[in-house]
Write a protein that binds this ligand. Structure first.
Ligand SMILES: Nc1ncnc2c1ncn2[C@@H]1O[C@H](COP(=O)(O)OP(=O)(O)OP(=O)(O)O)[C@@H](O)[C@H]1O
Length: 347
């Protein structure tokens, strides 16, 4: 528990003090331990801390689970405490993606409503290790290998992950020490999900073969790659502004002079700007744009997801919207290898 409290204290120290911090809590061991530590640390740091739990309505008893979490939170001194019910059906993607989408939307709305200074989630070092392995397995680019950031923006509220260096065994032990009974999400052990298979089958084999340091090492890999990404991303921002052509589009002459790692980022960012949905843009799309610059032999337009066509006109890459976009990928499914190559699937 001490390690978890220290991690929370550190995370809170970097945040503004005007609004409450809100813990996103499923009732699972990770976010329950996080909520307990926050209830202890926040008042001692002169801060308000509350809790939000989302009821996806996907399992019998989910409503009771959410209400039990809320009752416990109120008794633990957290305020405000919110239970939010969401509708998962009818959202795009597989069931897990649809639930995640609904959950993050609800969490963002509650956090925005309270002008929260941060939303805290209970992602652990184990979650990070799983994320990195999944990214490796589908041939992700560096953005995928960088895993989940300790902090990112969620619709205007900082989303902070204080437990990225804490192991899942530690959150479980903390719950036992505090007499808390966590809820075990059946999805976490459902072999239909790639993440569950990594958790149940792949990581135990790696740990047996290579030792327990594997989890730390995978998580550290994410942090090292993230630091390199930050530098390359900055170079790409500067290169993109240089590559903009006065007549519109991008200047191929400037693109051709860039290092491939920077050019790939420039093209990806530009594709996002044009309106290609990030979750659907794969390295194949970016490679096709790259070929218009570096392997130009008069080829036809490249299609991007979102109904976009990019073509080379003399010394420029220009875009047009296209009524039919044959390169739109199939919807993301749970098979590893079918997810967009550079996406971080955060859980
Ligand atoms: N139903 C929910 N309500 C509120 N927050 C949630 C909910 N489900 C997940 N979260 C947040 O997202 C984080 C990651 O959830 P996920 O289910 O992927 O991981 P987990 O390792 O099983 O976490 P936990 O043990 O806390 O359930 C959780 O730690 C929690 O902060």
């Amino acid at each position: 528990m001490a390690a978890i409290r220290i991690a929370v204290r550190r995370a809170l120290a970097d945040l503004p003090t005007d609004g409450p911090v809100l813990v996103a809590c499923s009732g699972g061991a990770d976010s329950l331990a996080l909520a307990a530590a926050t209830a202890f640390v926040a008042p001692r740091a002169g801060r308000a801390a509350g809790l939000v739990t989302v009821d996806h309505g996907l399992q019998a008893g989910s409503r009771h689970r959410a209400e039990a979490v809320a009752r416990w939170a109120t008794e633990a001194g957290l305020a405000p405490v919110e239970v939010v019910r969401v509708e998962v059906a009818g959202r795009p993607g597989g069931p897990e993606a649809a639930a995640r989408d609904a959950r993050y939307q609800a969490l963002a709305e509650v956090a925005g409503g309270y002008r929260a200074s941060a939303l805290l989630t209970g992602h652990t070092r184990d979650d990070q290790a799983e994320t990195v392995l999944l990214a490796l397995a589908r041939g992700a680019g560096p953005r995928g290998l960088a895993g989940m950031p300790a902090r990112r923006d969620l619709a205007g509220t900082p989303l902070v992950r204080p437990l990225l260096e804490i192991g899942r065994a530690e959150t479980r032990a903390a719950c036992v020490a505090l007499g808390l009974v966590p809820w075990d999400d059946p999805h976490n052990s459902d072999p239909a999900y790639a993440r569950s298979r990594v958790r149940a089958d792949v990581l135990p084999v790696l740990i047996r073969a290579l030792g327990p340091g594997v989890l730390d090492n995978l998580a550290r890999t994410a942090a090292l790659v993230a630091a390199d990404n930050a530098v390359l991303d900055e170079l790409a921002v500067e290169a993109l502004s240089r590559a903009r052509h006065p007549a519109g589009g991008l200047a191929t002459r400037i693109l051709a002079e860039l290092a491939p790692a920077v050019r790939g980022r420039v093209l990806r960012t530009w594709a996002h700007e044009l309106g290609a949905p990030p979750a659907a843009l794969s390295h194949r799309h970016v490679a096709a744009l790259d070929a218009l610059v570096t392997a130009w032999r008069g080829q036809r337009a490249s299609y991007l997801p979102g109904g976009l066509r990019v073509l080379r006109r003399d010394d420029r890459l220009v875009s047009e919207s296209s009524p039919a976009s044959p390169a739109d990928p199939a919807p993301v499914s749970e098979a590893v290898g079918s997810a967009p190559d550079d996406a971080v699937v955060e859980g």
